[in-house]
Design a protein around this ligand. Structure first.
Ligand SMILES: Cc1cc2nc3c(=O)[nH]c(=O)nc-3n(C[C@H](O)[C@H](O)[C@H](O)COP(=O)(O)OP(=O)(O)OC[C@H]3O[C@@H](n4cnc5c(N)ncnc54)[C@H](O)[C@@H]3O)c2cc1C
Length: 269
């Protein structure tokens, strides 16, 4: 997992687990952690967050529907692009600033459901920001910033959680592209996402020089004719679905698919 992403997820998890009094203390962080003169993410995010009251979140907790109005509100106010470069419609701020924003998001009625409805789009696609080519960024980031595209994050597998390098999903190179075979689990938002960041091995673990060699991320359409998405019943965070993904996906070659869109993303060594 990318260190920036790992750091952000850790910060968000810690904040989500904090007591109310601990959370009050962290409100002092913006003046310390934010080196650049910006209006504090916490104040501005609050303006969107407070529009959604306890009744709204209670209803989502009962019906299990994705909080699309909240997601839209965050997108319309530019929050989904907080870590994305300004050239692609984002704000060009840091992961630390995004964590401050996420603190506000999770500190009101929506709690973890509110956080998860936006943090996957913020932190999941960050490898595109860090490693994507200019063409890939230009094609993919504006849709994520505007909330037109929703991306889920297919990394975890039934036998590979924290030990990410042990994933078994394999992308086989074939003429014209790749065939990806494997299974993912706990893929949040796959019921509503139209895109997926899909972690695969392109060299088997046993054949790789180092465990982290031969790993490839695809950013591609979540094509439900190729990928079966099954919702996992779970306790808590009902509005943000968790899923198991089965079967195989077809991802086209690095250059472009027939519609001229680039799909293949990033290779490790
Ligand atoms: C609600 C929910 C949403 C999620 N959303 C997503 C998502 O969108 N996309 C995605 O890819 N994944 C998602 N996940 C999966 C999550 O990232 C994994 O659960 C996490 O990576 C841990 O993996 P695991 O559950 O297989 O636990 P394991 O890796 O099996 O770990 C189990 C326990 O063993 C400990 N442990 C593991 N390895 C070691 C070691 N070497 N030494 C000592 N202790 C160790 C761990 O600390 C932990 O306590 C989600 C999970 C949940 C519950």
């Amino acid at each position: 997992m990318h260190p920036g992403l790992q750091e952000a997820l850790l910060v968000c998890t810690r904040i989500a687990l904090m007591s109310v009094s601990q959370r009050r203390c962290i409100r002092t962080i913006p003046s310390i952690a934010v080196a650049r003169p910006i209006s504090t993410p916490s104040d501005k995010a609050l303006a969107v967050v407070t529009r959604f009251d306890d009744e709204y979140w209670l209803a989502r907790d009962e019906d299990g529907e994705f909080p699309k109005e909240f997601h839209r509100g965050m997108a319309d106010n530019g929050w989904l692009g907080i870590t994305m470069p300004e050239a692609y419609g984002g704000s060009g701020l840091s992961v630390a600033e995004a964590a401050i924003m996420m603190h506000e998001v999770s500190s009101h009625g929506g709690g973890m459901a509110a956080a998860s409805s936006v943090h996957i789009n913020l932190f999941g696609p960050h490898p595109i920001v860090v490693h994507g080519t200019p063409a890939q960024k230009a094609e993919w980031l504006p849709g994520l910033v505007a909330g037109r595209d929703q991306c889920c994050f297919g990394f975890t597998e039934p036998d590979a959680g924290l030990d990410t390098a042990r994933i078994k999903t394999f992308a086989e190179k074939v003429p014209g592209g790749y065939i990806v075979r494997g299974q993912k689990v706990w893929t949040s938002t796959a019921q509503v996402a139209n895109k997926i960041m899909l972690l695969t091995r392109t060299t088997r673990y046993e054949d790789a020089r180092r465990p982290t060699d031969g790993i490839t991320i695809f950013y591609t359409d979540l094509d439900r004719s190729k990928i079966e998405v099954r919702r996992i019943p779970k306790m808590g965070r009902k509005a943000v679905d968790s899923n198991a993904l089965y079967r195989r996906a077809f991802c086209s070659r690095n250059a472009s698919d027939r519609r001229g869109r680039q799909r293949l993303q990033l290779h490790s060594r």
